[in-house]
Write a protein that binds this ligand. Structure first.
Ligand code: NAD
Length: 256
């Protein structure tokens, strides 16, 4: 490994599974000290232990939990360079099916959780020795560009995250904080979400692969590579952007 994140410290939410787990492994391999968080304790701890990362329980929708996570990062690392707001859920309900509790539940995790993460991280990153600095990476979705009729709450949440990122990025830039904030936009990627869907849609893997002109599912490693770039000095002039890692899905005209 090239150790592109040597000396950096990172918090990755949703680190127990799928894309988050791949990021935990890759960030450690690239030299970062990593605190992984999740609501899945056993699996989260195992992934972190195997990778050489720290782990703690966190529900990203709770403000008090964010305070505890930042306190732990400060105590263990003394600084915070990178936050990846990765934790997220799907709901699978149309506008006619969704009830208010389900709507609030998804938005609390996928949107409020990201807002709380950005707010908490900026507070700590501003105090970094050597001056305010950091990189925040939010995980959006192709559904922020092309709607999923079968998941109205997910589509709305990821669209909102896409613009939240820009608001955060511009605020930090205009305040001279040297904190960048960008989106990764994954296409269909092999993960816990996809495996769960496969239980009801047996040909799920083939369907997801067919969404990309490259004709394969994305892998956690594809997203982790993109996150390393956005977290590294190579992306020093990149803020408020969407990095599409979708195998060309959004590039193709629906007629082809
Ligand atoms: N897999 C895809 O095709 C795809 C595509 C676009 C975007 N995404 C996004 O990527 C991110 C990661 O998802 P994934 O595909 O790896 O799915 P995943 O289910 O494998 O991982 C999501 C993780 O988030 C955790 N989590 C759920 N609710 C939480 C909460 N309240 N607090 C803390 N952790 C919580 C889960 O326990 C799980 O470990 C999500 O934001 C998802 O929306 C995934």
């Amino acid at each position: 490994m090239t150790k592109r994140l040597k000396g950096k410290t990172a918090i990755i939410t949703g680190g127990a599974s799928g894309i988050g787990a791949a990021m935990v492994q890759r960030f450690v391999a690239e030299g970062a000290r990593v605190l992984s968080t999740d609501i899945q304790l056993e699996q989260g701890q195992k992934i972190a232990n195997d990778a050489g990362a720290l782990f703690m329980e966190q529900n990203v929708s709770e403000a008090s939990g964010w305070q505890s996570v930042m306190d732990r990062a400060q105590a263990e690392f003394g600084r915070l360079d990178i936050l990846v707001n990765n934790a997220g859920i799907v709901m699978g309900k149309t506008i006619e099916e969704i009830d208010l509790d389900s709507w609030h539940h998804l938005l609390a995790i996928n949107l409020t959780g990201v807002m709380l993460g950005c707010q908490s991280a900026i507070g700590v990153m501003k105090k970094n020795s050597g001056g305010s600095s950091g990189a925040i990476i939010n995980i959006a979705s192709t559904s922020a560009f092309a709607a999923l009729p079968g998941d109205v709450a997910y589509t709305a949440s990821k669209s909102a995250v896409r613009m939240l990122t820009r608001s955060v990025a511009v605020h930090c830039a205009q305040q001279g904080l040297n904190i960048r904030c960008n989106n990764i936009v994954p296409g269909g990627t092999h993960s816990g979400i996809i495996d769960k869907a496969k239980q009801v849609v047996p040909d799920m893997y083939d369907r997801v692969a067919a969404m990309s002109p490259l004709n394969r599912m994305g892998q956690g490693a594809d997203m982790a590579g993109a996150a390393v770039y956005l977290a590294s000095e190579d992306a020093g002039f990149v803020t408020g952007s969407d990095l599409l890692v979708d195998g060309g899905m959004l590039a193709v005209h629906p007629g082809y």
